[in-house]
Design a protein around this ligand. Structure first.
Ligand code: FES
Length: 162
């Protein structure tokens, strides 16, 4: 753990040196941290606050303002549920509720076991297939509520590793 934190401290020192004189540096550093870790870990935010001399509250203000930034590790499988107009009109909100209930997770968050992350998106570019759910790179079209459990079970750990 200490080693990981030392590496994090070094990584952040490099990022701060790279961006310190540039406009919008906080956001650029947060982008790089998220690309590296998949989210912005709290120890990284603390270290960044120290290194930049920026209050931690300001850093969290920026992180929470932009939907893009995540505060928890990404799930193993990313569910992108489309709530764009075409999908919404075809019942996407019902699918969203079904996924939330089955996985006990809120949108923008990861299940406790880390298996799924639930994201809501505004159009996946295949409106003719509405309502659409994408899991990782696989697109499911004309999805019905009764199919959700079966779709999710494809990503069950035991099946996925076969
Ligand atoms: S609105 Fe859902 S794919 Fe376009």
């Amino acid at each position: 753990m200490v080693k990981v934190e030392n590496e994090m401290t070094k990584e952040i020192a490099l990022l701060v040196a790279k961006w310190k004189d540039k406009e919008g540096n906080l956001i650029m550093i947060l982008h790089e941290l998220q690309n590296y870790y998949g989210y912005v870990p709290r120890p990284a935010a603390l270290e960044l606050s120290r290194a930049l001399g920026t209050p931690l509250a300001r850093i969290y203000e920026v992180i929470t303002f932009y939907n893009f930034f995540k505060l928890e590790p990404p799930g193993k499988n990313i569910i992108s549920l489309c709530l764009g107009t075409a999908c919404y009109l075809k019942g996407a909100a019902i699918l969203l509720n079904e996924i939330k209930n089955l996985l006990n997770v809120e949108e923008g968050h990861t299940t406790k076991d880390g298996l799924f992350q639930l994201d809501v998106v505004r159009c996946l570019g295949c409106c003719g297939l509405a309502p659409v759910v994408k899991i990782n790179d696989k697109v499911y079209g004309k999805v019905e509520k009764s199919q959700i459990m079966g779709i999710l079970s494809e990503y069950n750990e035991n099946k996925a590793d076969q």
